[in-house]
Design a protein around this ligand. Structure first.
Ligand SMILES: NC(=O)c1ccc[n+]([C@@H]2O[C@H](COP(=O)([O-])OP(=O)(O)OC[C@H]3O[C@@H](n4cnc5c(N)ncnc54)[C@H](OP(=O)(O)O)[C@@H]3O)[C@@H](O)[C@H]2O)c1
Length: 257
């Protein structure tokens, strides 16, 4: 029997692409949630709430809003339904709820479902391990479309965490310099810099810079089509079905863990 995949926020930009990619993967669309006023893609069964959707699905894919993440994670755990979570900007409390759910069901939670980005994350960690923090300043520059509501992007933060890991520390311990404006004083040694640009319909661009006194290295990833995230998320849903409970990311799905 084909896998039944549910989609929260099915009328959203990602929800619509996910609907197409579920069909392209040969899975069955179990249904979706949409708040009143949204126009879901034609012919899709719309369930009254997330709890009903999780009960009716073998796996649910959630690309909605950070404020809904904790409820969706709890619904996944209660229904025993694996969750593929792509929503960005989660609070520490929401991340804790996701971790709790992962104790009961498989959860694939990734800041970015594009395969190329996940390769960049792996490379970022290796580069950071090779380039001493006191000689190479790490700066992360991202640009997204004007509708994006959170900054820095989840992928930029994931890049920062990869750099910190490569340096044998955490992002929190390394420190962050972001949103520089006015008289900021000189750059610190060790903190990881973040800058966010917003405009137009840029799908997603991330550049990691290592800047030293006499050289600079840049690693750039550009997404040209949001569909790359939907394809990756559906691939993660197929992978998650039947797995043991746990918190996974795209590294696991792509066999890079
Ligand atoms: N991890 C990745 O690879 C990746 C890639 C792309 C995007 N994202 C993230 O995915 C999320 C959605 O992006 P998008 O561009 O598709 O946004 P969007 O077009 O605004 O769609 C968001 C959807 O979520 C629903 N929603 C909003 N708040 C909700 C709530 N409190 N409860 C339930 N549903 C709610 C909306 O429902 P209504 O239509 O009813 O308002 C809408 O259908 C964002 O966090 C974005 O950053 C992640």
């Amino acid at each position: 029997m084909s896998l039944r995949i549910g989609i929260t926020g099915i009328a959203g930009r990602m929800g619509r692409l996910l609907t197409e990619e579920v069909a392209a993967a040969g899975a069955v669309l179990a249904g979706g949630t949409a708040r009143s006023g949204s126009t879901p893609p034609g012919g899709v069964p719309i369930l009254r709430d997330a709890v009903a959707l999780f009960a009716a699905s073998d796996v649910v894919i959630d690309f909605t809003h950070a404020s809904a993440a904790a409820d969706h994670a709890a619904a996944a755990a209660d229904a025993g339904t694996p969750l593929v979570l792509g929503t960005s900007g989660l609070s520490p409390e929401a991340e804790a709820a996701v971790a709790r759910a992962a104790g009961r069901v498989p959860v694939v939670y990734a800041a970015n479902f594009a395969p190329g980005v996940n390769l960049v994350l792996a490379l970022a960690e290796r580069m950071a391990a090779a380039l001493p923090a006191d000689a190479y300043d790490a700066e992360i520059l991202e640009m997204h479309h004007r509708q994006k509501v959170d900054a820095p992007s989840g992928t930029a933060v994931a890049l920062g965490r990869a750099v910190a890991r490569g340096r044998g520390t955490t992002l929190e311990a390394a420190g962050v310099e972001s949103g520089r404006d006015g008289h900021t004083g000189p750059r610190g040694t060790g903190p990881i810099g973040f800058a966010a640009l917003r405009g137009g319909q840029v799908v997603g661009e991330h550049t990691l810079l290592f800047a030293a006194g006499a050289e600079q290295i840049a690693l750039t990833h550009r997404s040209f089509d949001r569909r790359v995230y939907a394809t990756g998320a559906v691939r993660a849903a197929l992978w998650a079905h039947g797995r043991a409970p746990g918190l996974y990311d795209m590294k696991h799905v792509l066999g890079m863990a």
